[in-house]
Design a binder for this molecule. Structure first.
Ligand code: PMP
Length: 392
């Protein structure tokens, strides 16, 4: 047997041991973590919808008629008309022909990639793609070529040197850096090299584009430019689950082939109806996006002025780069002592030597919340200029 205890100890020694915090009450910026009230700047609830009364009401109103449990997989007897209604709504929201509702984004990426590519094919994946994309690539058994982050010259060379079926996959907005993939160039390259393009817009949906329709719609990229769009519903949408959207032919194919769609219990139908209510709010309330943008711009200006290193991101994901694992933990702890929750992100979630605090903003943050964060960051600035041994 492997020495599991020694492996855990090794992680602890390297500052890489991960712990879970216990949250009480609803997800919102002011929350209770391990019994302590904190102001959170680390959730993916970008539009502040996770605790919205209209969404909660849609779920509770639905339950007397839909019941709660999903009871079976979609292909047995779990495919409810609430799921069908959500799929139509998602297709309309993303301006695509059709959509398929998955139980999580992790499962959507695993299922879609492993269904659309297989032995003998080649997948090209951005080095900073999310873990679920990497796992989907591995599961597919296709040859995997990882290209340098957003480097379109490197990708063009790889595509030109490869024969056979090609699939290119990228995050729309990168989850740990917050930057946006060069989507127009990706679409053009894939067209030129006859490669199938898959974009996971987990962090762009709801936030970017007209009425929050996502990164692709912000650039006017249609289903012809990017055939496969994946979106998750547990982030800006504030509910749970995920979807893939694109041509009907590909959705029909996925229903037959995507194992993470076929062999799992359907989501509770009430979640599908609550998600429809959330999409209505997202379309209707531009003010959430403009407030969010204001918070992001002000944060970038003020945090840079304090001397913090930020990433080139205009999205609500605004990492503060630290580098050393222990220094990232120390900064996170110092902020917590000042009433703030900002989780330190360390390898293997990010590359070695690039530990960071992943600050995220929500439309539910007030200007006062931002001022509280900036004042705590001003207090803690000196922590980062000391060598890491002193920090711990
Ligand atoms: N894709 C990306 C880019 C993500 O960041 C995440 C989750 N952090 C997922 C997929 C997985 O989505 P879910 O949480 O719904 O499993």
């Amino acid at each position: 047997m492997r020495d599991f205890a020694a492996e855990l100890e090794e992680r602890k020694q390297a500052g890489l041991y991960r712990t879970r915090r216990q949250i009480s009450g609803p997800q919102q910026p002011a929350l209770v973590s391990d019994g302590v009230p904190l102001l959170s700047f680390c959730s993916n609830d970008y539009l502040g919808l996770a605790n919205h009364p209209e969404i909660i009401r849609a779920a509770t109103d639905a339950m007397p008629s839909t019941g709660f449990g999903g009871a079976a997989s979609h292909l047995i007897c779990g495919h409810h008309d609430a799921h069908h209604q959500l799929e139509l709504r998602l297709a309309d929201f993303t301006r695509r022909s059709s959509a398929l509702f998955f139980s999580t984004g992790y499962m959507a990426n695993m299922g879609v990639i492993s269904a659309l590519a297989g032995r003998g094919d080649t997948i090209f994946s951005d080095r900073l793609n999310h873990a679920s994309i990497v796992d989907g690539c591995i599961l597919s058994r296709a040859r995997l070529r990882r290209y340098r982050h957003s480097d379109m010259n490197a990708l063009a060379d790889m595509l030109a040197a490869t024969d056979g079926h090609k699939l290119v996959v990228t995050d729309g907005v990168f989850s740990m850096d917050g930057d946006i993939a060069p989507l127009r160039k990706l679409a053009a390259l894939c067209r030129a090299h006859d490669a199938l393009l898959v974009v996971d817009d987990a962090h762009g949906l709801g936030v970017l584009g007209p009425q929050g329709r996502g990164s692709l719609m912000e650039l006017g990229l249609s289903e012809e430019d990017v055939p496969i769009l994946i979106g998750t519903l547990g982030k800006a949408v504030g509910t749970s689950g995920a979807f893939v959207a694109g041509p009907q032919l590909l959705m029909d194919y996925l229903v037959q082939k995507a194992r993470t769609y076929i062999y799992t219990t359907a989501m509770p139908p009430a979640i599908a109806l609550a998600t429809c209510a959330s999409l209505d709010l997202i379309e209707r309330e531009d003010s959430r996006r403009s407030h969010l943008q204001m918070l992001v711009s002000e944060f970038r200006q003020e945090a840079s002025a304090l001397g913090y290193e930020l990433m080139p991101s205009r999205t609500p994901i605004q990492p503060i780069m630290v580098g050393d694992n222990w220094a990232a933990l120390a900064l996170s702890r110092a902020l917590e002592e000042r009433g703030l929750m900002v989780t330190a992100i360390r390898p293997p979630t990010v590359p070695e030597g690039q530990a960071r605090l992943r600050v995220t903003f929500s439309a539910a943050h007030s200007s006062q919340d931002l001022a509280t964060l900036l004042s705590a960051l001003a207090d803690c600035r000196s922590l980062l200029s000391k060598p890491s041994a002193e920090v711990v």
